[in-house]
Design a binder for this molecule. Sequence first.
Ligand SMILES: [Zn+2]
Length: 299
Amino acid sequence: MHPLASGQYPGAQRRRIGDAVVTALADGYFDLGRQTMPTASDADLAPLADTPYATPDTYRSSINAYLVEMGAKRILIDTGGAQSGAASLGRLGPTLDAMGIEPGTVDALVMTHLHPDHAGGAFEESGGAAFENAEMILHTKEHAYWHDDALITEDNRHYFDIARKATDAYMRAGRLTMFDTDCEVIPGVFAEFLPGHTPGHTGYRIESGGDALLIWGDIVHIPPVQMKDPGIGVAFDVDGALAEKTRRHLLDRAISDKLKIAGMHLPWPGIGYVERDGQREGDGYRFALAPYDYDTGHP
Ligand SMILES: [Zn+2]
């Protein structure tokens, strides 16, 4: 059993959820342009230009992963994209090193889905598992989709390649576990099927000591645009209509249930809550960052 993590580090930010500690890890970023949102109008994209930090026509989308320490377990929710080929990703590993967390001490990789910015940190260049003792856990439908040869084209081959390398490394080691219905995948970690972005896209609700945090994966990629109008999808949604339905339902629920949420592409550290952007029904939403957590120890 490891001592409970404490203190704050650059590239990592911690928050207590009940008796658990959730550490947001900044793996890097993607600069997403208007081609990412093919159906968005100039007016839809206006929120991107509205802040002093904006760059015209692009949005710097955070790539986050979350280390959850609860009970005796170290659980990584997604792995960033170290082997994705994108130079702007891959900072998660060095940050774990800086915190003194050896890859071999991570018990489980719990995957929201298998896109390169989520699964690209699960394996090494050699093809071996980057977390040598971890069990990889994911939805059956996610695994099936990325192992369907009939879906591969010249354009998407890279995505299939990364997804397969990530899962196969753990399959070969006998450490791949799949589920096909919402369940408690690890004590205190509950799967919530949120399909559309990919066929097996899943969020995970961390429950501890009467507190809860829903890590919702890729419900949005460009929060200022997609939360204002949840009807706007991204080009890499596998099923855009289903992704929209899932997004609308979850944003609504986040308000009504006052959910604490975290997301892989919410602005770093990506932990916060959803607010209504306006007074009326139909006004859309916006993301609000949680207050900084001073109660995780020093520094
Ligand atoms: Zn993503």
